[in-house]
Design a protein around this ligand. Structure first.
Ligand SMILES: [Zn+2]
Length: 159
């Protein structure tokens, strides 16, 4: 038997104003996308913005449905939209932000497990890490790879 340990490192900025300009702009697009969420049931509006290697930025927002499981998170609506619109483009970075009662959350809102799984597959397809920028009204956290958020992801691409 062996004991193993995982360590991740990530960056914490005290506010979005401290971010490098490119990430600050991407996070602002995610914040803007919260305004396009359809979230009449949770009133929790999430926005995501993905920077592609062709220079395009693709945004998504959570889209709820009266049949709850039929809704979709912002992160997956963004990456599926990106995959459907620009197949083969590498996803360089994703920014995520959320609003509760029309105010940015005070702490970062992380992608859910299902979104992490979807994003890590696009990261694998791209062959390079996808930066994850998780914003809030306060601090912003930056992870160098989706795998930092989901180290034991499901992967059936190998073989
Ligand atoms: Zn999700």
């Amino acid at each position: 038997m062996q004991n193993k340990q995982l360590n991740i490192s990530y960056q914490v900025y005290q506010s979005k104003d401290e971010l490098p300009a490119e990430w600050k702009s991407l996070l602002q697009k995610a914040i803007d996308a919260t305004g396009r969420a359809y979230a009449p049931y949770s009133n929790f509006r999430v926005g995501a913005a993905i920077l592609l290697d062709n220079g395009e930025v693709v945004c998504g927002s959570n889209q709820e449905n009266a049949a709850y499981p039929s809704g979709l998170c912002a992160e997956r609506s963004a990456c599926y939209y990106a995959g459907a619109t620009y197949p083969g483009a590498r996803m360089l970075a994703i920014a995520v932000a959320a609003c509760q009662d029309d105010r940015l959350t005070e702490t970062p809102t992380y992608p859910c497990g299902a979104c992490r799984q979807a994003l890590v597959e696009y990261e694998e397809l791209g062959g390079a890490p996808m930066t994850v920028i998780v914003g809030s009204a306060g601090r912003v956290e930056v992870f160098a790879s989706v795998k930092d958020l989901l180290p034991f992801y499901f992967d059936n691409l190998e073989g």
